[in-house]
Design a protein around this ligand. Sequence first.
Ligand code: GLT
Ligand code: MN
Ligand code: MN
Length: 396
Amino acid sequence: MAKKYPTDKYTPRPEHHFTFGLWTVGNTGRDPFGAPVRAALSPVRIVERLADLGAYGVNLHDNDLVPIDATSSERNQIVREFKSALRATGMKVPMATTNLFGDPIFKDGAFTSNDARVRAFALQKTMHAMDLGVELGAKTYVFWGGREGTEVNASKNPVEAMKRFREALNFLCEYAISNRYKLRFALEAKPNEPRGDIFLPTSGHMLALIYTLDHPEMVGLNPEVAHEQMAGLDFAHGVAQALEAGKLFHIDLNAQKPGRFDQDLRFASEDQKGAFFLVKLLEDNAWEGMRHFDSHPYRTEDEDGVWEFAYCSMRTYLILKDRAARFSRDREIQALLRTIAKRDVLPAALGKSLKFSRALASRLKDYSFDLDRLREQGLKYERLDQLTTELLLGVR
Ligand code: GLT
Ligand code: MN
Ligand code: MN
């Protein structure tokens, strides 16, 4: 498949740090209205094919690799074979997570279930899954609480739910510390689906929770494009806040049309401008994390289409990265940005910065601004946006 594309600067290579969930390329196309359209791919095959395409690694839920009802000797056999595929291909497993949503046990939540036995089982399952992740070399551990929510508000005390979620994360941080696991936890938000409403619906909610934990330094975010867009938010802005706070531990790249179910579309197959500003943000800040794709091939595809999807996810990222570099070199765009920067200077009478001092506060209170000038200035953002659009559409 990938042969159809030229070998060029958009050709993915392991050093680009692209990763895929086993559940993403492995998605069989089952949806609420229809049966699978593709056969399941074995984890070993996924590792081999993605290695051929230039990926760096794969990420997994415990049960993407080891079925929930496997005996311990079955588990060990599966893990042995998987590790040997990793060794043979040089592929890595940078992130692992727990499936706390698929089994009927979790129909009313895992860490926030009303049933203490379910909460305890969720901890047990997560400890085993953390052991597996560490055994495979994972450094990041993701928590996506797909079932942590309600349809019936009367059924759950939402204040209690926060306390339960916090208690579970505190427990698991201690578990990691007591085993000397070098894991960082990354929390992934989503506003709804599969629950009517999911607790901690956005990355902002998650971020606020982190600072109430016993070990906030161990816990950050795994924002997903589609999930924040479902909440109507500008993804790059949320990611920028996480980055600035040192809390961008991982990222889920995909695409989404507004106002729909969680589509998990191929990265930048929709909203190319939003995707561009995201890539630009990550690249301009030399963000060191994995470029992880959490998306599904269209249900129209056979296995060939799956690999096309995977290859092109990476290729598009590199194209956008190239466009971001071009943006930084574009003379006219840069001239407009310099005009913006020129306004970022305080009047001499006020000094260099707006950091509080009693002296500055008193000078500022007396300072007389030319308000009409500020009101009247045109900012040239129309031009800036058009130039960006032309650059993205390939005519600059
Ligand atoms: C599930 C979900 C994703 C999460 C995965 C991690 S599982 O596929 O839709 O957004 O990132 O648990
Ligand atoms: Mn995700
Ligand atoms: Mn999603």
